[in-house]
Design a binder for this molecule. Structure first.
Ligand SMILES: [Zn+2]
Length: 294
């Protein structure tokens, strides 16, 4: 049974000694003595109480990540796997976003029923708190899926670490996180090329035009498709306009559900979306379209 820092300690150690012990435990846990966060009850209650660390138990710690589970939860058995994958994908995601992690990240594993309705995320990032939350859905037990999810979430944290924001537009924030995770995303989906796969999805009308308002929830299956399309769009924007323009798009105040595309890229979303679609390959295995000037 995991031990917690609780009344039994106070009973025989005395308050002053117990506080000293608590601080020492929090600073450097002794082997086999799980740390239970003493985060104040109201910390993190502003919009995401499920992401709190209070009453969570720190199971393990690696160079960049501390892995937490609900105190006493069997989810602790997943901690080493999750930590190892996060460390494995981090260098690639950081290199793709050309930035280093600004500090350690807490990775909290929760049971699926803790996922807040109505959107039922598989994972979430609270970048200002440097916290990634993984919900233990069956899908996260597939190593390729778990790897893609963790790389995507670290994409959000690194976006925040580079620009101090993830921006006002989910097309760009989710697109950028997916783009950052692209090698792992492709491996999970079994795709050899993001653009070819997205072109195929588009021919099958699997997603609505980029210009449609993005509101409400996407199902998990829809997220897989939309995030892929948005990542392809982000790749187009980076190829054509570069990182500085992307930084402007993330920083500028949004207009309804959109970034200020005109300020960042000099074009409306309608124009950019049409230009992006024109760059997608024609057929599933066709090379990128070459357009002749005649
Ligand atoms: Zn995301």
């Amino acid at each position: 049974m995991p031990r917690t820092v609780g009344s039994r300690y106070y009973g025989w150690l005395g308050l002053a000694t117990a506080l000293g012990l608590l601080l020492a435990v929090l600073a450097r846990p002794a082997a086999g003595a799980p740390v239970v966060s003493q985060e104040p009850p109201d910390a993190g209650e502003d919009g995401a109480p499920w992401a709190r660390l209070r009453d969570r138990e720190r199971v393990t710690q690696t160079e960049h990540f501390a892995i937490w589970v609900p105190a006493g939860s069997p989810l602790r058995q997943r901690a080493n796997e999750v930590a190892a994958i996060a460390e494995t994908v981090l260098p690639t995601v950081a290199q793709r976003l050309a930035t280093a992690l600004a500090g350690p990240v807490d990775l909290l594993i929760l049971p699926p029923e803790a996922a807040p309705p109505p959107c039922l995320a598989r994972a979430a990032t609270l970048p200002t708190r440097r916290r990634v939350v993984l919900f233990d859905w069956p899908e996260t037990h597939q190593p390729a899926a778990l790897t893609a999810f963790l790389a995507h979430e670290l994409g959000h944290q690194l976006t925040y670490d580079r620009w101090g924001t993830v921006g006002p537009d989910v097309r760009l924030s989710e697109g950028l996180a997916t783009w950052a995770a692209e090698p792992y995303w492709l491996a999970w989906q079994g795709w050899s090329s993001l653009d070819a796969a997205v072109a195929d999805l588009q021919r099958g009308h699997a997603f609505a035009p980029l210009t449609e308002p993005q509101e409400g929830c996407l199902s998990a299956a829809e997220r897989n498709i939309y995030y892929s399309a948005w990542a392809s769009f982000v790749d187009f924007l980076l190829r054509r306009y570069g990182w500085d323009a992307m930084g402007i798009a993330l920083h500028a105040p949004g207009i309804e559900d959109r970034a200020d595309y005109v300020q960042a890229f000099g074009q409306s979303l309608e124009t950019l979306a049409a230009a992006w679609e024109a760059t997608l390959p024609d057929g599933e295995d066709a090379p990128p379209v070459r357009r002749c000037k005649q």
